[in-house]
Design a protein around this ligand. Sequence first.
Ligand code: NAD
Ligand code: TYD
Length: 362
Amino acid sequence: MSRTFKNLLVTGGAGFIGSNMIRYLFERSGFEGRVINLDALTYAGNLESLAEIEDRFGAGAGSGRRYFFEKADICDRAAVERVFAEYAIDAVCHLAAESHVDRSIHGPEAFIRTNVMGTFTLLDVARNAWRGRDDVLFHHVSTDEVFGSLGDTGYFTETTPYDPRSPYSASKASSDHLVMAYHHTYGLPVTLSNCSNNYGPYQFPEKLIPLMVLNMLEGKSLPVYGDGKNIRDWVYVEDHNAAVWSVMRNGRSGQTYNIGGENEWENIKLLSVLIEKVAEATGKPASDYEKLIHYVADRPGHDRRYAIDCSKIKTELGWKQDHDFASGLEKTVAWNLEHKDWIDHIRSGDYKQWVEKNYAKR
Ligand code: NAD
Ligand code: TYD
C-alpha cells in the first residue's frame, strides 16, 4: 500500500527543484496534506517562484490553507525542532543544499556546513521527533555525482561504489551516508534518490542551460569548459519530481533509487541544440549565437561523463520520463524569455558580486 502523509516538510523549497516540487505536489501529485517549505533564502532561493502557490494555497487560501513558508537554516537545530513540533511533520523531502560545483571549488566550506551539518541536523531532529514511528519518512534528494566519473561506456547503478571528486559531490556523498547510517543505526524510515542533471523553469542562471540561454539573449560569450566533450545526462525537472514522489509513496524504506533522463549529451552538442531552440524562439539566425561560443579553461577535476541506469525505479515503481529533450528545452527557453523579472531579481543578489569576482577572467 502507498504511504500517505499529512504534513510534508520540503527543505530548499524556494530553490529550482524545490519550487517545482511544491508546484508538482499541489497541481499534479494528488497530495492532499499540508506543505511546509523551510528555506534559508540564500542567493539561490527566491520566493517569487512560488507566488502563485502562496496565493492559491498559502495565506490567500484562508482557513483552507495548505502551504506554509518558514525562513530558517537547516543547521539551526532549534528552528528545525520548532517547525517539526509546530506542524506535526510526518514526512521530509530534503532538497536544501549548496548545489553548484563551481562555487564548491571556490568556497567549499558552505557546502560542508549546509550539505553535511545541515543534513545531520535534520536527521537528528527527525529521529528525536519520530522515535519508534514507522508511518513517517525522510526522503533525501541527492545527485549522481556521488558516483564519480565514467569513461566512454557503462552506467551508474544503485550499487556503483561512491567516488566523489568535487567538494560538492563529496558533501552530498557524506550526506547520503548519514541518511543510510540513521536508517541502519536508529531505524529511521528513509528513502534516497540519486538523480542526473535537471533542467527546466526557475533554474538559477549559473547552471549550464539557463546560463547559456541568458548569455545568448544578452549577446554575451558562451563559456565552454575544456574541450566541450564532457557528457551529462539531462532530465526535465518535473520528471525528476514525479520520480521523487513515486519513491516517497512507494519506494522501499532503506533503499536508493537512481533517476535519470536516459538522455546523454556532450556539452558542445547540447549547446548546438540549445542555439537552434533559442534561434527558433527569437527569430534570429543561429550564426549570431554560434559566434559567441568561447572555449575557456577547464573546471578543475571536471568529471568526464555521467550516465544513469534507472531500470530499478522503472521496473519496481513504474516511473518513466514524460518529456523528451526537444520539448523540454523548448519549454525551458520559452520560460526564460517570458520571465525577465524573475531573472533580473534573482541575479541582482549576491550572485552578481560573485560572478563579477569569479567570472571576470572569462
Ligand atoms: P538550488 O541551489 O536551486 O536550491 C537550493 C535551495 O536550498 C535554495 O532555495 C536555498 O535557499 C536553500 N538552502 C541552501 N542552504 C540552505 C540552508 N542552510 N538552510 C535552508 N535552506 C538552504 O538547488 P537545486 O538545483 O534545486 O537542487 C536541490 C537539491 O537537488 C540539492 O540537494 C541538489 O544536491 C539536488 N540535485 C540537484 C540536481 C540539479 O541538476 N540541479 C541534480 C541532482 C540532485
Ligand atoms: P553544471 O550545470 O554546472 O552542472 P554539473 O557540473 O553539476 O554537471 O555544468 C554542466 C556541464 O556544463 C559540466 O560539464 C560543466 C559544463 N559547463 C560549461 O562548459 N560552461 C559553463 O559555463 C558551465 C556553468 C558549465
